[in-house]
Design a protein around this ligand. Structure first.
Ligand SMILES: NC(=O)c1ccc[n+]([C@@H]2O[C@H](COP(=O)([O-])OP(=O)(O)OC[C@H]3O[C@@H](n4cnc5c(N)ncnc54)[C@H](OP(=O)(O)O)[C@@H]3O)[C@@H](O)[C@H]2O)c1
Length: 303
């Protein structure tokens, strides 16, 4: 029997990107995939989590579920904490007990954004928002509990699925002649399909144990960064979307102070991807090339 892999959060951008790859690729035929959405596995209910794993066993879990509403989290800290921290701790305990490998996805928003050069995997996090703090607590719980597995931080995810910046920009281009977009937050737009391939690459790594430790963390849970190559401001990102999609809507650059949001976002959250590239020999696409692919998928109504 093939290895059993569970994807939690199967209806999100990353979850749906994983489903797309698995349903169209012949590369992962050795792996038996189970996709669980909120209906099958609700991370806000600890008992439901415990019950689910009483009845089901897996070799690997990819946790693509999270409380991702960055601004809303400021007024719902308990729920963000339950999903992004306590449920992750529970999953880590279960994974450790069942000898399951846990691939957990985290965020660039664990950093404060005061850097001017890309954040390395082992740099001290200092989150500025409820969301970032809850995700950091999830990472720390995973490291403390120490199942087999790893944490993969990413940033600025978009896809043909669900709600994201690319789809918002395309909608605004239909509705308005000009829009304002901040140009003082710098990161890397990352296509969820590319992240999904990277996670599958890690999941099927032939090295045993699957996640060799470079001893950054005391119990061997490695932290990696994955984003597309290159950097951009949200303004650059919006310009690229309109250029590739041939939209004529004008974009005015503004600073973050002119667009106040409940959650504070880092001004700079570019991630160094050195460890993941070295460990898994990944070829990471440039963000504009991947953006083109996503816009083609949206154009072909694959969202
Ligand atoms: N989006 C970004 O820009 C970004 C940036 C950095 C890191 N990340 C991280 O990347 C990962 C994937 O993000 P994404 O963009 O794919 O997020 P997403 O599209 O918002 O999807 C998150 C998924 O989590 C599910 N979920 C939320 N609460 C749940 C609960 N109580 N029980 C079970 N499932 C629940 C949602 O279910 P429903 O579909 O039912 O709502 C949704 O399918 C997350 O760990 C996120 O923190 C994202």
């Amino acid at each position: 029997m093939g290895r059993q892999l569970l994807v939690i959060g199967s209806n999100g951008q990353l979850g749906r990107s994983l489903q797309k790859i698995v349903s169209t690729s012949s590369t992962y035929t050795e792996i038996m995939f189970t996709f669980a959405g909120r209906e099958q596995l609700d991370l806000s209910h600890p008992k439901q989590i415990a019950d689910y794993f009483q009845n089901n066993r897996y070799d690997t879990i990819i946790n693509a579920a999270a409380y991702t509403a960055v601004d809303k989290a400021e007024s719902e800290p308990e729920l963000a904490d339950q999903i992004n921290y306590q449920a992750v701790a529970q999953l880590a305990e279960i994974a450790k007990q069942h000898q399951t490998a846990l691939l957990h996805v985290s965020t660039d928003y664990v950093f404060d954004g005061n850097n001017h050069t890309p954040y390395h995997e082992n740099e001290s996090p200092h989150p500025q928002s409820v969301y970032g703090k809850s995700k950091l607590k999830g990472e720390q719980a995973m490291i403390e509990i120490g199942p087999q597995g790893c944490i993969v931080r990413t940033g600025w995810l978009y896809s043909e699925f669900g709600h994201n910046f690319v789809k918002t920009m395309l909608r605004l281009a239909q509705e308005r002649e000009q829009i304002n977009v901040v140009d003082d937050q710098i990161g890397t737009p990352t296509y969820a399909t590319d992240l999904a391939y990277a996670l599958l690459n890690i999941a099927e790594t032939k090295n045993q144990p699957p996640f060799p430790s470079r001893t950054i963390t005391k119990k061997g849970v490695e932290t990696y960064h994955y984003a597309n190559e290159g950097v951009a401001s949200w303004y650059d990102f919006a310009q690229a979307i309109f250029e590739i999609a041939e939209k004529s809507c004008k974009i005015n650059p503004i600073v973050s102070d002119q667009y106040p949001t409940p959650a504070k976002r880092p001004h700079y959250s570019v991630l160094s991807k050195r460890a993941i590239k070295q460990q898994f020999q990944l070829q990471i696409p440039y963000w504009r090339s991947s953006l083109k692919q996503c816009l083609e998928a949206i154009n072909n109504n694959h969202g």
